[in-house]
Ligand binder design. Structure first.
Ligand SMILES: Nc1nc2c(ncn2[C@@H]2O[C@H](COP(=O)(O)OP(=O)(O)OP(=O)(O)O)[C@@H](O)[C@H]2O)c(=O)[nH]1
Ligand SMILES: [Mg+2]
Length: 342
């Protein structure tokens, strides 16, 4: 395989006003956040789901610290592990636990989870909840759990799986491939009879202001934010290519695009896809390649795993590995960088 020796080491976001262009905080999220905060007095534990491909991007540990108030059990499930790089699953857990040592973190693939694994997850969850102090809720015999997280991470799928398994009822929460399927906090859903455990589904909630262009683009790639402006698709596709090269994942895109060498040039990739997938458009009186259509196709394929299992936050986890040392304490800054305290 002929290889380029150098690829871009940095992605240039400068020309786009990402803060203005990538903003998605519809009204239902604001309401969902308020409902969640109001329900806290009546719940015994929080299950947060997040996408295993982005253990840093889109998460707001401060929000969860505030929600659980330091004493409510908090279990974090890194879901869609089938799409993440297996070499980075345990590193992701380690990364999160630097900041949140009291949070129990596990990874799952809800698409092919088996009975044993689901029972095991439920058992761990229940144990945490039963063993934690319940204060004003100690006289109540039922346990209430709320399932939350950013959009499209599998919250409703998780509730349906538990319900199917333990109370033998058909799915009740609507599931869909696009973000924003669940728009209101659900009624209580019973997932276990003995003890009586209820869960509530919530709409996916993002921070109103995202921290960086990298974070926003990674949320677009995991489909937690929809692409609202088609004109952004070229730059997002270019960012996909940048990450595939940066993380040494060239083999599958070369095969898919029938290229004989890796490339750092997005036009080469998009033209190849447009030819192969017959993405054409009429321009005036001529038919030409629809590169925007090809870009959307390329982005869709990376998000569904066609180019391999990729942890989009791999660079942040690699940095953690570099900084790790036995005799210093690590802490994490807002941008995800790991620092040592002396
Ligand atoms: N590959 C993969 N897909 C999954 C997994 N879990 C769920 N999905 C899919 O992810 C999509 C979103 O699932 P939902 O359960 O609707 O996600 P949600 O978090 O409730 O989404 P919102 O209600 O929009 O916030 C669906 O197409 C699911 O089939 C998983 O472990 N792996
Ligand atoms: Mg949902």
């Amino acid at each position: 395989m002929k290889r380029l020796t150098t690829f871009r080491s940095q992605f240039d976001f400068q020309s786009i006003r990402w803060k203005d262009m990538i903003r998605w905080f519809p009204g239902h999220m604001h309401k969902g956040m308020k409902d969640l905060e109001e329900s806290l007095l009546r719940i015994d534990g929080i299950v947060e789901l997040h996408d295993a491909r982005i253990p840093h991007s889109g998460r707001n540990p401060e929000l969860y610290k505030r929600l659980v108030g330091g004493h409510k059990p908090h279990v974090l499930i890194l879901n869609k592990s089938d799409l993440a790089d297996p070499n980075y699953l345990n590193k992701s857990i380690e990364y999160i636990q630097i900041e949140q040592p009291n949070t129990q973190v596990i990874h799952t693939n809800l698409m092919s989870i088996d009975l044993k694994e689901l029972t095991n997850i439920f058992g761990r969850l229940l144990q945490q909840i039963v063993e934690s102090p319940r204060y004003t809720r100690s006289s109540t015999l039922e346990y209430n759990i709320v399932v939350c997280g950013i959009p499209n991470v599998g919250k409703s799928t998780f509730i349906n799986k538990l319900r199917n398994l333990f109370v033998n009822k058909r799915s009740c929460e609507q599931v869909g491939a696009n973000p924003g399927v669940t728009r209101t906090m659900s009624e209580k859903v019973k997932i276990s009879n003995r003890p009586k455990v209820f869960v509530r589904d919530t709409p996916g909630i993002l921070e109103p202001r995202l921290k960086s262009a990298n974070e926003s683009f990674r949320l677009l790639l995991t489909n937690s934010i929809p692409i609202q402006q088609r004109e952004l698709s070229d730059i997002i596709a270019d960012y996909c290519l940048f990450l595939l090269n940066k993380y040494d994942k060239q083999r599958l895109y070369m095969k898919y695009c029938e290229l004989d060498r890796p490339t750092d040039d997005i036009l080469t990739v998009l033209t190849a896809i447009a030819k192969l997938k017959h993405c054409t458009q009429v321009y005036g009186n001529k038919r030409g390649y629809d590169l925007t259509g090809a870009a959307l196709h390329f982005i869709h394929e990376i998000s569904k795993g066609t180019f391999g299992q990729i942890t989009f936050d791999q660079d942040i986890l690699d940095e953690m590995e570099k900084e790790k040392s036995n005799d210093t304490n690590l802490f994490r800054t807002n941008t995800g960088r790991i620092k040592k305290s002396i």
